[in-house]
Write a protein that binds this ligand. Structure first.
Ligand code: HDE
Length: 721
């Protein structure tokens, strides 16, 4: 299963591209027309009675134009409103027919077109990409047997265990209802009030407070289906499955301070990064990973496979990498494709099926329902981006914006007039047959006791992090709870954190000048209905599992200089041979080099030759790059030292623990920007001459987080209290 075919060819023209082509409009060398196709002779002046007179109601050109404009907006997604999408392909390495009969997972020759949309959850459509938030990772597979949507996130668990709580969760995290503040942020009272009453969210909270919630790039995120699904093979046998996406560039994040600066400097940072990578031919790639669990093993775990607040640790069930996703084409039109794409967990194909996860079951209702409002009616599947490649034949008819012209006089089944068409398909004819699962029980509102350990996996996650990652998580909690104004909420959160890790709770408490309560009050158990018997769903004893899962730490991720951006600080008089040397090595390793000067446009090197600086320290900041190199050249460096923005550019790169290359005389700027750094440099700060290869090599580490120790006191690992 691990064998990989030769790399997927990059410029595939596939059936979906062809299908979309029919709907595309290109106005080059064309006359301007109304929507009726009538050529317009004046698009600048409305029809009036004399040039200073009133406008005439007769002006159908004006009325059509304004009316269309008035109706240009559709409701944004209630969650995941802010996003970016791209087209690509998926190809399985080897047939998975042992587990599934889905064609796209059994035919290694098949290139299945996909459309992927990444998103943040809480913010509005125009909000920043760099909010601390979960990222949506939704993949639409246009398979030959129908559409399969894998509507996942970049975090493998969720806040809640039952769909019933979702509207409350979302109301709590969205801007507060009285004043609509804050935008795209969880650091506020209502969110933490809800969380402090919802112990089941503690595992998810660990992930959301970790670096996972501030990715460096969409291209550097894992993706997860979250719920347990089923794979069904041709014999109708079922295996449980967890879906994963593993980025070939590894999982990497920015620093929180950096994220906040990026939000001002370039709120489109992730969107732009994805777009540029695809335009440059650096196609983002992920491997599809599967954790396959035989049905017989369903109850062998100390958590419930149906509980979406739990992972199956990779060390328990390895992730098998079974295929590759490549994003190779940007959309032609954001609205038509990225905004109108309609994902639905219920878009499923033969060979895959649902589990009884109560969150998944609720989602199965929600996604279809939401499209009716968002896209205006039941025919949203006819919008080009949503059309399946598989042919569609049924007796559904009419409705707003119907595109299909159904022929014939029958729209009913059974029928004799239409020869009984269209027919139902048996299993052997490719029909979708729901997995036959025996179910028995009373009709009750309840949650299984097997869902009640809310802390073991939260602790597993925290324990598995590296020391810098733990520090980031603590800082995030200090930041978030520091913005909460209600002391009772802070204290309740400390009680919950203490049940994850005593040291963690103590570190957070210190920044809030609070004590961790000795006896954590029993968290409000909102799982229990008002009439439930006292003690009926008493949590199970907490089985604290100190085992670490190395797969959870980003410190163990692959990394390379590939597609990383280096800012080279230069001003008039810089040493061009130094920069040329760097460019050669960097581009050889797949990194990108941009000249950043004190102004944009032409600048002169030490011999008077002209070079183009695309950016200046007044248009960008080092937060938008992965590394900074200050080129040699006495006059250039002296010039840079006069600009506080250049000094801050370098200082930010230092504070955000990026690779820094200081060539020759550039040490003068380093001294000004980072007086604490000695000349010999420190982790990730290379000072000297001819160190281009070393510098480019240093990019592979992504960040030198150990430098944070020089910036402020950090968390020390203490035995749990
Ligand atoms: Fe969603 N979710 N969700 N969600 N979700 C939506 O659908 C919902 C959940 C996820 O790029 C909405 O078209 C409920 C988990 C992604 O277009 C809506 C529940 C996971 C996207 C909705 C959940 C997700 C959505 C909003 C709890 C990770 C963006 C607009 C029962 C596995 C897809 C829309 C895109 C979008 C409902 C929980 C992922 C309202 C009711 C868990 C990636 O239908």
């Amino acid at each position: 299963m691990a064998k990989k075919p030769s790399p997927i060819k990059k410029d595939v023209s596939n059936d979906k591209i062809q299908a979309l082509e029919a709907f595309k409009e290109d106005s080059s060398e064309q006359f301007l027309t109304t929507n009726n196709g009538v050529r317009i002779n004046d698009n600048h002046n409305s029809l009036k009675v004399s040039d200073r007179g009133p406008t005439l109601l007769e002006d159908f050109v004006l009325r059509e134009k304004i009316t269309h404009f008035d109706h240009e907006r559709i409701p944004e997604r209630v969650v995941h409103a802010r996003g970016a999408g791209a087209h690509g392909i998926f190809q399985v390495y080897e047939s998975l027919e042992k587990f599934t009969c889905a064609g796209f997972l059994t035919d290694p020759k098949r290139e299945t077109p996909v459309f992927v949309r990444f998103s943040t959850v809480a913010g509005s459509r125009g909000s920043t990409d760099l909010a601390r938030d979960v990222r949506g990772f939704a993949v639409k597979f246009y398979t030959e047997e129908g559409i399969f949507d894998l509507v996942g996130n970049n975090i493998p668990v969720f806040f809640i265990q039952d769909a019933m709580k979702f509207p409350d969760l979302v109301h709590a995290v969205k801007p507060e209802p009285h004043n609509e503040i804050p935008q795209a942020a969880s650091a506020h009272n209502t969110f933490w009030d809800f969380i402090s009453c919802t112990p089941e969210s503690m595992h998810m909270i660990m992930w959301v407070m970790s670096d996972r919630a501030i990715p460096r790039s969409y291209r550097m995120m894992e993706g997860f289906g979250v719920h347990t699904f089923r794979l069904i093979n041709a014999e109708g046998q079922s295996h449980f499955v967890k879906f994963h996406w593993k980025p070939l560039l590894g999982v990497h994040s920015v620093a929180w301070d950096e994220a906040q600066i990026i939000s001002g400097r370039d709120p489109d940072f992730h969107r732009r990064d994805l777009w540029m990578a695809i335009e440059n031919g650096d196609y983002p790639e992920w491997e599809l990973g599967l954790q396959i669990i035989p049905e017989a093993d369903e109850h062998k775990f100390d958590f419930d496979l149906l509980d979406p607040t739990k992972i199956v640790p990779e060390e328990m069930v390895p992730v098998q990498r079974v295929g590759r996703l490549t994003l190779n084409r940007n959309p032609d039109n954001f609205f038509a494709e990225t905004e109108q794409v309609a994902f639905h967990v219920g878009h499923i194909v033969r060979g895959i099926d649902f589990s009884n996860d109560p969150l998944l079951q609720g989602r199965l209702f929600s996604y279809l329902d939401t499209q009716l409002t968002r896209l205006g009616g039941p025919n949203f599947m006819e919008i080009p981006i949503n059309r399946p490649l598989a042919p569609v034949h049924n007796n559904q008819r009419d409705g707003f914006m119907r595109q299909t012209i159904n022929k014939g006089r029958t729209a009913h089944d059974p029928n004799r007039i239409g020869g009984g068409c269209p027919f139902q398909a048996g299993w052997k004819q490719g029909g979708f047959v729901s997995y036959t699962q025996a179910v028995e029980g009373s009709k009750i509102r309840a949650r299984s006791a097997s869902f009640s350990d809310h802390f073991s996996q939260a602790a597993l996650f925290f324990n598995s992090l590296s020391l810098p990652e733990k520090n980031h998580l603590i800082d995030a909690l200090r930041f978030e709870l520091g913005k909460v104004e209600i002391e009772e909420v802070r204290v309740r959160m400390l009680s919950l954190l203490a049940q994850v890790d005593g040291g963690l709770a103590a570190s957070v408490a210190e920044a809030l000048t609070l004590d961790v309560p000795d006896q954590p009050p029993r968290p409000l158990n909102l799982n229990v209905g008002a009439d439930a018997e006292e003690g009926a769903s008493e949590p199970q004893p907490i089985a604290f599992d100190p085992t670490k899962s190395p797969a959870l730490s980003q410190a163990n991720q692959p990394c390379s200089p590939e597609t990383r951006r280096i800012a080279v600080l230069v001003a008039d008089g810089f040493d061009a041979s130094d920069v040329a040397g760097l460019r050669k090595v960097a581009e050889g390793e797949g990194a990108m080099v941009d000249l950043v000067s004190t102004r944009v446009g032409q600048i002169k090197d030490s011999s008077g030759r002209l070079h183009l600086a695309s950016f200046s320290v007044y248009t960008v900041d080092s937060v938008l790059f992965d590394a900074v190199y200050v080129a040699d050249g006495g006059k250039s460096v002296e010039n840079l030292t006069l600009h506080i923005n250049a000094v801050r550019f370098l200082q930010n790169a230092y504070v955000h623990c990026k690779s820094i290359g200081i060539s020759g005389s550039a040490v003068q700027l380093l001294k000004l920007a980072c007086p604490r750094v000695n000349d010999g440099g420190e982790a990730g700060v290379l000072v000297g001459l001819k160190l281009t290869a070393e510098f480019v090599g240093s990019l592979a580490q992504h960040r030198y987080w150990e430098r944070e120790n020089t910036l402020k006191p950090g968390f020390e690992e203490k035995p749990d209290v």
